[in-house]
Design a protein around this ligand. Structure first.
Ligand code: NAD
Length: 478
């Protein structure tokens, strides 16, 4: 489907690629080699407007279909995504443009299908209600689709994050204006094509381009009733400000800085295994990546040494090669950024002596033991294969530090299950893995606290974000 010798066309409107009126061509760089592998024609303001007009026209008819018809379209999308295996065309694109290891890219495609399946199930099970609180009045309470929604997504999960938003929006009867990240547009455009195959004209439109040019058109227009954004807290704030004057409903899934708490009764080998997943998933570039390990003072050095030994066994290399266990970072500037954070952490720094490829955007795994608690390395999202190890004497110290962090997305606790679950419940974050590095799945809510965002994705609540309730009071007077 993707011919890399021809530039990709960054706009799909009316289920077709649309040549931009003022095209500018941008190269896409393969993080594993640092070389350009494809290019994309950016869409701009005219395409953003066309997409919006088309979405606004299509939305009422889409919402008027039965939930069952919409659910069937979602299931057809899911079936196509599941067929990506074993050929792996979409998975291959994700790996090519983000550097994600191929096994994780395949898992991302499967997870994306699961989001379409889940929201097909959820919408199929919804029903309106009739209440009889007032004599002579019948209150009919039903769901209405929010309307046209803008879907703006990051590069780090370029298919599953759009799926987590587009599936519930479509299930609810919304039309979608989709802007994939300009860092990873190829897999987003591929997803758009799969979705378009099963939907009426205009229900989904996709534009890749200068982010603010496109979002300014969409978010300034009253016809856009919802915004669902995943990305950095910085951009989330800009977008929240943009929609505030019209009180547009916004779901914002933003940055994180996940604590990883080792309890004094933890099995340290299990803790290392869990941290290997929580830290190195997506090459360290996950919003719920473990950033700070909190270990009891007596265990900190031993834990850091064991984690270091495990990290030394990582195989850095081509993410398309199954033997690779740590791929490159997506952006060319990221290895130096991560190294800089580690170097200025103020801790005792250990770096893996595993071989690091010369070409591409590779960063050497690093651990900083006892870094400054006020260092940027501890306070900010790392987004790379580096972690701090901090010591604690009493668990309250950890809980306070987490509560005072502006972030509140993910966290992890390793220890005897009952006590570890108690500690997890006391952590001021939205989702916690207890003795697991993979806490999330489509059926459960994913919702950041504080500067990590507002609104919920996943679960039944994920659908509610795209619905409004309407009450119709029907009098039985003739
Ligand atoms: P980003 O904020 O740079 O970009 C996200 C999206 O916003 C992209 O589509 C981008 O084009 C767009 N954008 C950028 N500047 C914009 C502007 N001025 N106006 C309008 N749109 C703009 O984030 P990223 O680097 O793509 O992704 C990494 C970030 O996303 C990390 O902070 C990570 O924690 C966060 N993230 C959060 C979750 C979550 O569920 N909470 C999941 C994944 C990633």
């Amino acid at each position: 489907m993707t011919n890399t010798t021809q530039p990709l066309i960054g706009a799909r409107i009316g289920r077709e690629p649309v040549a931009p009126e003022h095209p500018t061509r941008h190269e896409l760089v393969d993080p594993a080699t640092g070389a350009a592998w494809a290019s994309v024609w950016y869409g701009g303001e005219p395409e953003a407007r066309r997409a919006l007009d088309s979405g606004a026209r299509a939305q009422p008819d889409w919402a008027a279909l039965t939930a069952g018809r919409r659910a069937a379209a979602l299931r057809a999308v899911a079936a196509d995504l599941r067929e990506d295996r074993p050929a792996g065309e979409l998975a291959g694109l994700i790996t090519r443009e983000t550097g994600k290891r191929i096994a994780e890219s395949r898992a991302e495609v499967a997870l994306s299908a699961a989001f379409f399946e889940w929201f097909a199930d959820v919408v199929s099970g919804r029903a309106g209600q009739v209440w009889d609180h007032v004599p002579g009045l019948r209150h009919e309470v039903g769901d209405r689709a929010l309307g046209v929604v803008a879907v703006l997504t990051p590069w780090n999960f370029p298919v599953s994050i759009p799926a987590r938003k587009i599936a519930p929006a479509l299930a609810a009867g919304c039309s979608v204006l989709f802007k994939p990240s300009e860092v990873a547009p190829a897999s987003g455009l591929y997803l758009a094509e799969v979705v378009d195959r099963h939907l009426p004209n205009g229900v989904v439109s996709t534009v890749v381009g200068e982010p603010a040019v496109i979002s300014d058109v969409w978010l300034a227009d009253r016809r856009v009733r919802g915004l669902t954004f995943t990305g950095s807290t910085r951009v989330g704030r800009l977008l929240a400000t943009a929609v505030a004057p019209r009180f547009t409903r916004a779901v914002l899934e933003l940055g994180g800085n996940a604590p990883f708490v080792v309890l004094d009764d933890a099995d340290l080998d299990l803790a290392v295994d869990v941290l290997m997943v929580a830290k190195y998933r997506n090459n360290g570039q996950s919003c719920i990546a473990a950033n700070q390990v909190w270990a009891p003072r007596a265990l900190a050095d031993e834990f850091a040494a064991r984690f270091g030994r495990a990290s030394n066994r990582l195989v850095l290399g081509d993410p398309a090669d199954e033997a690779t266990t740590l791929g490159p970072l997506a952006l060319p500037s990221d290895p130096a950024r991560v190294d800089g954070l580690v170097d200025s952490s103020g801790g005792e720094v250990w770096r893996a002596d595993t071989a690091v490829p010369r070409a591409g955007h590779f960063a050497r795994p690093a651990v900083s033991v006892r870094p400054g608690r006020d260092s940027a390395f501890v306070r900010e999202e790392i987004f790379g294969p580096a972690v701090s190890v901090l010591e604690y004497d009493a668990i309250e110290e950890v809980l306070e530090a987490v509560a005072s962090s502006p972030y509140g997305l993910g966290g992890y606790v390793v220890g005897a299950p009952r006590r570890a679950a108690d500690v997890a419940r006391a952590l001021d974050v939205g989702i916690v893995g207890v003795n697991t590095g993979s806490p999330n799945t489509p059926q459960v809510p994913f919702a950041g606290l504080k500067d990590s965002g507002i609104g919920v994705e996943g679960a039944q609540l994920g659908l509610d974000m795209f619905l409004t309730r309407q009450t119709v009071a029907v009098g039985d007077h003739r």
